[in-house]
Design a protein around this ligand. Structure first.
Ligand code: NAD
Ligand code: GLY
Length: 375
């Protein structure tokens, strides 16, 4: 039985936008045209995703370079694939394509890809002619549940990840769950870390649902997947609507990320995917919450069981520094405020908060335990 398409809204006043989640959206020309429009369009993808899905999109919108109803050409650019290309030189490739094809201020950029393509396309849209429209068509699980929603766009600087960027909301997020059929297993599992994150930070019922349905998700059961993506987006949309620019509560979306970024930096982003590092970081955040007397041991165990069932690592990678070295790397993170390390902790499953007074000695106990874990 075909599943109904799910429609959600990110409620941001005049900048509100829909999130549409369904199977086969890339074949739905009417829906794509409704949200992307008939004017000038630049489709941005990468060399892995373009051969799989770009043709479907261009034919739904009208031939490549061809004229739409109001004379707007549908152009495309295919970027190199990889986090190492999330940088200024690649953004310039997008600007060059826009200039070459004479795109004006009413153009729409469309990101067809994972978080890397989405973040770069969004940043190009935020800055081209001081800001043009963009649509997200995310094709990884991580992008479908996290990076495509909320308007964080940007690129890396050689000295720091996501250091250059802008808040720029898309005008629509169109999620075709069928694209996940080609996603490699490790990438899929890394996306599950962000799905589990929503249960942990703000949705204990969803966490229970995940405990019951993780096997279905691992089999990529289409009904379970659509539900998990929609519920994740719903949670993200609520947090973003409450705090668009991360003045406060939005930071709970970073559960596990300060630990995770330290792991990624220590291993030069070469060993673990982001979601894998976030999964292990969430284990440490749960443990620290328990040590501080906030969280029951049984909840720490439930968190670990779910993260392990999602195929994510529960032991550290080789090559990490000791606890002091990790704390130094954690101090480099963007989430440091006035020299104090801010961490997202849990009072219960589904109840996260931001702590900026965590003692270094107790943090070291968690780090020592988790850094010395062996399989
Ligand atoms: P990614 O974009 O690098 O995609 C992972 C790999 O999967 C790539 O090789 C990609 O080409 C490939 N791929 C994508 N879709 C595919 C498909 N359907 N079939 C086969 N292969 C496919 O990685 P990601 O995990 O999607 O995103 C990570 C990026 O997202 C990071 O740069 C991170 O900083 C960013 N991010 C941004 C936000 C935000 O709020 N803006 C949130 C989280 C992460
Ligand atoms: N991924 C964290 C955020 O969007 O704020």
């Amino acid at each position: 039985m075909a599943l109904d398409t799910i429609h959600l809204t990110v409620d941001l006043g005049e900048r509100s936008y829909p999130i549409i989640i369904g199977s086969g959206i890339l074949a739905d020309a009417a829906l794509l045209r409704q949200h992307i429009g008939d004017g000038q369009v630049l489709l941005v993808s990468n060399e892995t995703i373009a051969p799989l899905y770009l043709d479907a999109l261009t034919s739904a919108l009208g031939a490549e370079g061809g004229e739409a109803k109001d004379g707007g050409a549908k152009d495309s650019i295919v970027l190199p694939d990889g986090e190492q290309y999330k940088q200024m030189a690649t953004i310039e490739m997008i600007f060059d394509a826009l200039m070459d094809k004479r795109h004006n201020r009413s153009t729409t950029l469309v990101a067809l890809g994972g978080g890397v393509v989405g973040d770069m396309t969004g940043f190009a849209a935020a800055s081209y002619q001081r800001g043009v429209k963009f649509v997200q068509i995310p094709t990884t699980l991580l992008a479908q549940v996290d990076s495509s929603v909320g308007g964080k766009t940007g690129i890396n600087h050689p000295r720091g990840k996501n250091m250059i960027g802008a808040f720029h909301q898309p005008v629509a997020v169109l999620i075709d769950t069928q694209t996940l059929s080609t996603l490699p297993p490790r990438e899929f599992q890394a996306g599950l870390a962000e799905v589990i994150k929503y249960g942990l930070i703000c949705d204990d019922d969803f966490f229970v649902w995940l405990e019951k349905n993780i096997d279905k998700l691992m089999r990529r059961d289409s009904e379970a997947l659509q539900y998990a993506i929609a519920r994740s987006c719903e949670n993200k949309a609520k947090v973003v609507a409450a705090d668009e620019r991360e003045g406060g509560i939005r930071a709970i979306l970073n559960l596990g990320h300060t630990f995770g970024h330290a792991i990624e930096t220590a291993t030069q982003y070469k060993v673990w995917l982001h979601g894998e590092a976030v999964g292990f970081g969430m284990l440490m955040a749960l443990d620290l919450s328990r040590r501080l007397g906030l969280l029951a041991e049984s909840d720490v165990q439930r968190g670990e069981a779910l993260i392990e069932a999602a195929g994510l690592p529960i032991n550290p990678p080789a090559g990490l520094p000791d606890a002091d070295g990790m704390i130094e790397l954690m101090g480099m993170d963007k989430k440091v405020l006035n020299g104090q390390l801010r961490l997202v902790l849990l009072r219960a499953i589904g109840d996260a908060f931001i702590a900026d007074d965590v003692g270094i000695e107790i943090l070291k106990q968690t780090l020592n335990d988790y850094l010395n874990r062996t399989a």
